[in-house]
Design a protein around this ligand. Sequence first.
Ligand SMILES: Cc1ncc(COP(=O)(O)O)c(C=O)c1O
Length: 402
Amino acid sequence: MSSFTESETLKRVKPSPTLAVTAKARELARQGKKVISLGAGEPDFDTPENICDAAIKAIKRGETRYTDVDGILELKQAIVDKFKRENGLEYKTSQVHVAPGGKPVIYNAMMASLNPGDEVIVPAPYWVSYPDMVLLAGGTPVVAIGEMETGFKLRPETLEAAITPKTKWLILNSPSNPSGAAYTADELRALGEVLKRHPQVWVLTDDMYEHILYDGFQYATIAQVVPELYDRTLTMNGVSKAYSMTGWRIGYCAGPEGLIKAMGKIESQSTSNPCSIAQWAAVEALNGPQDFIPQRAAVFQKRRDLVVAMLNNAKGVTCPTPDGAFYVYPSIAGCIGKQAPSGKIIDSDETFASELLQTEEVAVVHGAAFGLSPFFRISYATSEAVLTEACSRIQRFCASLK
Ligand SMILES: Cc1ncc(COP(=O)(O)O)c(C=O)c1O
């Protein structure tokens, strides 16, 4: 009997490191350790009751069968209305695609469009899944660094330098996972000026964290502020983060009809359709009351302020203040080269994270997973009490480095 071997494509791909950290923390907790896991990227709030009720009603109405492949018309209309209301963007329902989560939306877009050798510019620090999804679809990720000094944002000159005749996509993510950085309308316009010179480049903008913004930050998305790019922009979003619906698995996007049709072809031969019940819940999420969203963002902002202040008091750590999302991405440049209590030298952010987990039982994700070192990411989507305890442990760990 021959043993199993992965496909050549899959060999190029790594499993999600954030899910791996969470699994490791769970394993230590099972062994009785008092682990605090700050690895997972999901709100700790419950899905609002009106959304749950809409799902229950959908079940009772018998909405339990296959649906249209890339979303029921009622949800597509709710998405069209959302883009008009919140982003000033005009789409038809035929320009909308719904998939089982934001992740499959991006995956479908890559699968629908990439040929071998096509390049996709992924600004770092990036959400862990972008480069691997590009690889799975047969493309080549091209990492373009946004340094801490420029707020982790891609500068127009860096974008210009990364573009080649083979560039197919630029992936933008604002506010960003992992840095929390958000692009202003002017910053998007400056990137738009570069993109206007390169008509072969399309833009996938991942707006998942649109509603989790702080200090009155004015949200902007690129198709809105650079209308010349509308015909080559895929504006992607979802209900996972804004509506605390990570488990329901609904993501969506809007863009040019040809691309949307091609993405539907993939869905028709893979998932068939997103869960019928979750789609009806998403209709209620988008059409129902929105007032809890800023209330929840205010809670996140308090947590952000707590975490930023405490981490800036940890020796060797510098923690910039993010504009949105629920992550901080502190630098540990001041810890590199020091010795941990175990005797190990902190030679990378990966060693920092594993020593922190062993010594103080706090699980964070190392920066290398997001393409920019030496940093680590904390998700602060948890209570202030837990965050205070976790940050005290990090302070103690950093103080113990010699
Ligand atoms: C930037 C970003 N995009 C997309 C997603 C995927 O969202 P979903 O859970 O809807 O697949 C996430 C989830 O962590 C994310 O952080």
